[in-house]
Design a protein around this ligand. Structure first.
Ligand SMILES: C[S@@+](CC[C@H](N)C(=O)[O-])C[C@H]1O[C@@H](n2cnc3c(N)ncnc32)[C@H](O)[C@@H]1O
Length: 228
């Protein structure tokens, strides 16, 4: 009953409700061997490289799934400080267990509402494959970049990826799959356009970059240093 009430109260809950314990057990095989490389045409190694290039010794990860990317990437130190944030308690528990060697902390929260985490603390914030699950237009979802900016220490980097609906080259198969995921409420990205992602990042960061890999947009943005 409570779940039904929650779902009515927050449309964001549809995009995370699918991550039950049994789905999470199959997630790596489904997403990193099939959906990512075959449907979305983005090799999993490229996502691991994105982490290798930008993850820091004080890292905040938003929308953690199973923690596969953090488990496979190279942190710059042996004992990074890691905060995991997700709306779904199963994802947090699964990932915290997988990464227990790093003793991560967890925080349950919605990427679209105030994060309730320390301001200007983290040197990297990752937001991989969570925005295409979140409801609303890209302009509305862009508020997440504002929250990321607040959480980043001066000089820190936001990085992430999202499956776009428009402005990238979909195949017939990928468009069909995306429509199916949207119908089931797992994705909400049919109108997510590359130009709107670009504008949303520009609204909160003075400089950013976007690279396209298949139908995924990889983005990076740096919080400028405080003026001296
Ligand atoms: C597709 S998985 C991505 C996992 C991982 N980051 C990756 O790239 O493979 C999406 C994750 O985001 C979480 N999520 C979905 N909507 C969210 C929201 N509005 N706020 C916070 N987390 C959300 C889900 O619970 C799930 O753990």
């Amino acid at each position: 009953m409570e779940d039904v009430m929650d779902e009515k109260a927050s449309p964001a809950s549809r995009g995370q409700a699918v991550y039950t314990r049994s789905v999470l057990r199959m997630y790596d095989a489904m997403v990193y061997r099939v959906n990512g490389p075959i449907l979305w045409r983005c090799p999993t190694d490229r996502l691991v490289e994105l982490y290798d290039d930008h993850v820091s010794a004080c890292h905040l990860d938003i929308g953690v799934g199973t923690g596969y990317l953090m488990d496979h990437c190279r942190f710059p130190v042996e004992d990074p400080e890691i905060m995991l944030m997700d709306m779904n308690a199963n994802s947090l528990e699964f990932t915290a267990r997988r990464l227990r060697r790093y003793k991560p902390r967890t925080h349950q929260g919605n990427v679209l509402t105030a994060w309730d985490l320390p301001d200007q603390h983290f040197h990297s914030v990752a937001m991989c494959n969570v925005l295409h699950c979140a409801p609303g237009t890209m302009r509305e979802k862009g508020i997440a970049f504002g929250h990321a900016r607040s959480a980043l220490a001066p000089g820190g980097t936001l990085f992430g990826s999202t499956v776009l609906g428009e402005g990238v080259k979909h195949t017939r198969r990928s468009r069909l799959a995306m429509k199916r995921f949207n119908k089931r409420g797992i994705f909400c990205n049919l109108d997510d356009h590359l130009d709107d992602l670009d504008a949303a990042l520009a609204r909160y960061f003075t400089s950013h970059e976007i690279e396209i890999h298949g139908v995924l947009a990889f983005f990076t943005a740096r919080r400028e240093d405080e003026p001296s």
